[in-house]
Design a protein around this ligand. Structure first.
Ligand SMILES: O=C1O[C@H](COP(=O)(O)O)[C@@H](O)[C@H](O)[C@H]1O
Length: 247
């Protein structure tokens, strides 16, 4: 169920990702009034801006007011902090919609008022509340893949890879700063209707080699790729140079 699409230029990656999102949006909205999409932080923010905001032919076709936006993971920092995944999406996408007078999506964020406390009970409360926002199935989950193979805030070898009792888990020892985060767990990803990864740059090539060439790989991105869900990868050619991609 894995499809890998690679393009020479980042601009092309962004427009193909945007067209893929639009196709799913349109098919969902043909029978429903809401499109449930989860997004990630990191390099995906720029791809979404380039594909959905800067690309004129696509921009007018996005039915933002029908979107319900969730975050596949969030860093436990204020929403206007430079490390916040919401903050990034707000800066790159939501502010542009506001300036253009376009009604934006409904965006589900963490409860900032609970952040002042560094206690793990509070983090669990934030996660529990965020879990209550989730629909039973997300139409599309957009993920990144870190150079270590992590995705969302599911890190290689971490115990959260086996978490099945909650949909949103807390992590207080993220190897990538900031250490306090919440994240989708595997049950949410398994229930998704579609999953897409976006990974660009030569720095990702070694990890993509392991993900696509090692059947036994236990890297989080490899485990997600093997789920019984249509999984589509969007990469640039540098990221898959020398990698045997699945046919
Ligand atoms: O920490 C995170 O990293 C991943 C991967 O980011 P990228 O910049 O290598 O694409 C990202 O998907 C996740 O949302 C973020 O919290």
């Amino acid at each position: 169920m894995v499809t890998v699409n690679s393009y020479a230029e980042s601009t092309e990656v962004a427009s193909k990702v945007a067209q893929y999102i639009l196709n799913i949006q349109d098919s969902v909205l043909a029978t429903s009034s809401e499109f449930h999409i989860a997004i990630s932080g990191g390099s995906l923010g720029k791809v979404l801006k380039a594909g959905l905001i800067d690309n004129e032919s696509i921009r007018s076709k996005v039915q933002w007011s029908k979107w319900k936006v969730y975050f596949s993971d969030e860093r436990l920092v204020p929403l206007d902090h430079e490390d916040s995944n919401y903050g990034l999406f707000n800066k790159l996408v939501l502010e542009a919609l506001g300036h253009a007078g376009v009604p934006g999506p409904t965006v589900f964020t963490i409860n900032e008022s609970l952040l002042h406390d560094t206690d793990t009970t509070t983090d669990a409360e934030i996660a529990k509340e965020y879990e209550s926002f989730l629909p039973s199935t997300i139409d599309l989950v957009l993920l990144g893949c870190g150079p270590d193979g992590h995705t969302a805030s599911l890190f290689p070898g971490h115990k959260l890879l086996n978490e099945r009792s909650v949909k949103i888990a807390t992590i207080s020892d993220s190897p990538k700063p900031p250490s306090r985060r919440i994240t989708f767990t595997f049950p949410v990803l398994e229930a998704a209707k579609n999953i897409a990864f976006v990974a660009e740059g030569a720095g990702k090539a070694p990890i993509l080699k392991e993900i696509f060439e090692s059947e036994e790989s236990q890297l989080p991105s490899a485990l997600v790729s093997k789920l019984n869900v249509p999984v589509t990868w969007f990469t640039n050619d540098d990221a898959i140079k020398g990698v045997n991609i699945p046919k």
